[in-house]
Design a binder for this molecule. Structure first.
Ligand code: CP
Ligand code: NVA
Length: 314
């Protein structure tokens, strides 16, 4: 049994708990590749609420649930009563009577908190405007696999100080991974997230407006879209504001020669990243996308099984 009831933000987790999720994700990946069945959650059901689009999150949770022996229900807010004004509280109470866990992707982070508060089952944050914890876990698994270790690692993030950036700050702070974030002025990550990341560990947490400073000596260079879901009306303006914040070959040259390029996807080639970078030899974006599946399985196993970490790792 894992000590956490929910995954709402990685800032709620200890370093050891995060390392356990990463290790279990890699263990379940190895089992899946070896064809070793691991139906740890046989007979259980996961409800997946989506009020925003998704490819990776939906597919990784649905396929991951199946591989763990579960059934997953895709609950689009366009179809369920939540989209017609039923409250989060009532939705939480009803789903708690029928399913064993909820994954939710939505706008307001407070809705995920409320779902967890009013429900009686584990709630997993599949992205809010504030955080994307499942993504950051898959990202760090990818860095670990590619680099062989996380010791002394540095991650550079170039672009918008958004949900993905916040979860990367959370996880790097907790694990002691140096992180340098380059954003245009006014688009920095939330100050409270930066302060917390600095407080978590001795890792160097740097916020700059210069992508070349951020990328200097990095083991991974990361970017995300300039306009996130819900910011479509700002897209044109943001293209102007973020000029100079693309991950180009010149930015990659500032990183270590062994550095990988990461992007949560979906990507816009020619905007936040040059096509030659995302489609080039340093890009690890499809391994990263695959690792969403393995990370998601670890999260579901940790939160929804009665087995101990040691038992899950067998
Ligand atoms: N990276 C990610 O969360 O992708 P989707 O929006 O496709 O789920
Ligand atoms: N920041 C992006 C991430 C998508 C996976 C968004 O919120 O749209």
């Amino acid at each position: 049994m894992f000590t956490q009831n929910h995954l709402i933000a990685l800032s709620d987790y200890t370093k050891d708990e995060i390392l356990q999720i990463l290790s279990l994700g890699m263990r379940l990946k190895a089992k899946q590749k070896a064809g070793i069945k691991h139906k740890i959650l046989e007979g259980k059901t996961l409800g997946m609420i989506f009020t925003k689009s998704s490819t990776r999150t939906r597919v990784s949770f649905e396929v991951g649930a199946y591989q763990l022996g579960m059934h997953a229900l895709f609950l689009s807010s366009a179809d369920i009563q939540l989209g017609r004004g039923e409250t989060i509280e009532d939705t939480a109470k009803v789903l708690s009577r029928m399913v064993d866990g909820i994954m939710i992707r939505t706008f307001a982070h407070s809705d995920v908190v409320a779902l967890a508060e009013h429900g009686a089952i584990p709630v997993i944050n599949g992205l809010t405007d504030f955080n994307h914890p499942c993504q950051a876990l898959a990202d760090i698994i990818t860095l670990w696999e590619k680099r062989g270790s996380l010791d002394g690692a540095k991650l550079a993030y170039v672009g918008d100080g958004n949900n993905v950036c916040h979860s990367l700050l959370n996880i790097c702070g907790k694990l002691g991974i140096d992180i340098s974030v380059a954003t245009p002025k006014g688009y920095e990550p939330d100050a409270s997230v930066v302060t917390a990341a600095k407080a978590f560990s001795s890792a160097k947490i740097e916020i700059t407006d210069d992508p070349l400073i951020a990328a200097d000596g990095a083991d991974a260079v990361y970017t995300d879209v300039f306009a996130s879901m819900g910011q479509e009306s700002e897209a044109k303006k943001r293209l102007e504001v973020f000029k100079g914040y693309s991950v180009t070959e010149a930015v990659m040259k500032k990183a270590k020669p062994s550095a990988i390029f990461l992007h949560c996807l979906p990507a816009h080639r020619g905007e936040e990243v040059e096509a030659s970078v995302i489609d080039g030899p340093q890009s690890a974006v499809f391994d990263e996308a695959e690792n969403r599946l393995h990370a998601q399985k670890a999260i579901m196993a940790m939160l929804m099984s009665d087995l101990s970490y040691e038992e899950l790792m067998k």
